[in-house]
Structures are given as C-alpha cells and as structure tokens.
Design a protein around this ligand. Structure first.
Ligand code: ZN
Ligand code: FE
Length: 243
C-alpha cells in the first residue's frame, strides 16, 4: 500500500491522522487537536510534515495547528468558506479541489451537517477518507449546524468510494456507537459480530478505528438509513441515548 495511515490518539477520544506517502515521504496530518502528540507522531515518522489538513473549525480538531506548523513548517489547509473561524490558512481549499499529495492527491469533499463548512479529504492512494466528525465508525457526528438532509447528502458523496476505503474519523466513539446501533438493527449479523470485536478491542485498550467503508455500509445504521428523514430520526434517538 503506497499510503501509510496511522491514527494518533488525542484528548479523551479524538483521533487525528498521519498520512505518509511511502514513495516520496510526503506527510500530511489531519485535525491536530493538540500539538504535542502531533509533533511526537510526526517525529516518530521521520520528522517531515508537508500539510496540515483541517476538516472543521471545532477546537478539538484545530487547537494544535499553529504550534504544529511552527514546529514543522507545514502548510495549513482548510475550507475557504470557513476561513474566518479556522486558524490562518496557508492554502484555502474548496470542495472539488484536488490537493497534490502522493500519486493520486487528496480530493476535497463537501460534507456539511456537523458544521456548515465541514469538509472531508479522500486519498485514493490508501484509499483513505479523512472524514472528521461527519462519518464515525458505526455512527455520525451531531448535527450542530446542519440538517438531516445536508448530512444525508454529505454521506452520499462517499458513495462512489471503494469498500476498502479506510474510514479515518475524528473520534473513537465506536463502543458507544455500537451499543446504539445494536438497538436499531439487532438482527444484523455483521453488526453483532463487529460489536463483539469492538468490545474486545476496547478491553485490550486498542482503538477500533479505522474501519472500512465496506464495514460501515454493512453495519452503520446511519449509512443504512434510506432517507434523510430516517437519518434524522436516528440522530435524534442517538442524541437521547444513554448507553
Ligand atoms: Zn466537531
Ligand atoms: Fe470533534
């Protein structure tokens, strides 16, 4: 695989991501909540950092960006439409842009719902999808600034990506998401198996990210919701869920 994909644990349950193109050594870091763990991960990977990719403006995704840039000289990229509430962007990007990185580059995907200006990055070399707080392993982000319709359309933009795509999401909420998913879809054998794997991983202190888009298509009730209305209903139930 020409792209090395590594989750970097931050704060209580954030997962930032380090992507390294094995052919050139080019390195990108997604959503540095804090600089110290990001710098440690970059140094362990050889010390080079070219790009800091931001998915959305929340502090637990951008808080370490400036200090990480100061240390590494990397360029900060984020959605031009949200530049007013992101750290200063060296390269404002827009949905549809292809950022040079590795052989195939990183494609910018429009993913409003969690926040208005949320974007995701698809790296065909992985393939890997850095999706921030849009799609989680067995869940989705809260709809702080968007509608169920917007989130439904955002998730639909991942529809053409291969099943093997690594889902590099912004939080490791898999265990609680699995408990909710089982209440929605208890007869889904793939989900039952996966929920057990997630519990075992948690007991060993391991992350249960990244998953793959194929796994999410088989087990994530929000991706399996056929309509925006059904997705909105699930999201409201999950907001109330105490599990
Ligand atoms: Zn967020
Ligand atoms: Fe977040």
């Amino acid at each position: 695989m020409p792209l090395r994909v590594q989750p970097v644990k931050m704060r209580a349950d954030n997962t930032a991501w380090l992507f390294q193109d094995e052919a050139t050594g080019a390195t990108a870091f997604v959503d540095p909540a804090d600089a110290a763990p990001a710098i440690a991960a970059v140094e362990a990977a050889g010390g080079r950092l070219d790009l800091i990719l931001l998915t959305h403006h929340h502090d637990d995704h951008v808080g370490g960006a400036l200090a990480l840039k100061a240390r590494t000289g990397a360029a900060i990229l984020g959605n031009a439409a949200d530049a007013h509430r992101l750290p200063p962007l060296d390269r404002p990007v827009q949905p549809g842009d292809r950022i040079p990185f590795g052989a195939a580059g990183a494609e910018v995907i429009d993913t409003p719902g969690h926040t208005r200006g949320h974007i995701a990055y698809f790296l065909a070399d992985g393939p890997a999808l850095a999706c921030g707080d849009t799609l989680f392993s067995l869940g989705i982000g809260r709809l702080f600034e968007g509608t169920p319709e917007e989130m439904f359309e955002s998730l639909g933009r991942f529809g053409g990506f291969p099943d093997a795509t690594l889902v590099c999401c912004g939080h490791n909420y898999t265990a609680s998401n699995a408990r909710f998913a089982l209440t929605v879809d208890p007869e889904n054998a793939d989900l039952v198996t996966r929920a057990a794997e997630v519990r075992e991983a948690g007991a060993r202190g391991e992350l249960s990210v990244p998953s793959t888009l194929g796994q999410e298509r088989a087990t994530n009730p929000f991706l399996r919701a056929g309509t925006a209305e059904a997705l909105g209903r699930l999201r409201r139930e999950k907001d109330e869920f105490k599990g």
